[in-house]
Ligand binder design. Structure first.
Ligand code: 5GP
Ligand code: ZN
Length: 122
């Protein structure tokens, strides 16, 4: 889809810090880290919202979210994880995305580069 920033990330036309990729999905660090390790998982195919995504891709995204949750526990020592998914007027980027927000009893003081290195080397 032309002019979709997340399609450009999928096509590597825009740089992002990719933490996971397979044939169906890609996960990368959110530009604005609401918490250390804040990531987005998106389908490679352009779909708008929860109304549009197939059940099989949605299931796959949840499986990848669970794998990344294990990764965040090991790499960032997070104590919990919030999943967030915005649609309609709540959604800024009009390409389906699931936010992964690691939660901490004591927030680590890490730069984005340190966070990225820890995640991708686990
Ligand atoms: P929404 O409000 O649509 O659920 O959230 C969109 C998210 O995409 C925001 O958290 C925003 O920081 C993130 N975002 C927007 N543009 C970019 C980008 O070019 N690169 C990355 N890594 N994240 C982006
Ligand atoms: Zn798109």
């Amino acid at each position: 889809m032309d002019n979709c920033i997340f399609c450009k990330i999928v096509n590597k036309e825009i740089n992002s810090k990719i933490v996971y990729e397979d044939d169906l999905v890609i996960a990368f660090l959110d530009l604005n880290q609401d918490c250390p390790g804040h990531c987005l998982i998106i389908p490679k195919e352009h779909v708008l919202s929860l109304h549009d995504i197939s059940e099989s891709v949605l299931n796959h995204i949840l499986k990848v979210a669970n794998e990344l949750y294990y990764n965040f526990e090991n790499s960032l020592n997070c104590d919990g994880l919030t999943l967030l998914q915005n649609n309609g007027c709540a959604q800024d980027v009009k390409h389906f995305h699931l936010h992964l927000l690691p939660k901490y009893l004591k927030k680590p003081d890490l730069s984005v580069d340190e966070i990225y290195t820890k995640i991708i080397t686990k």
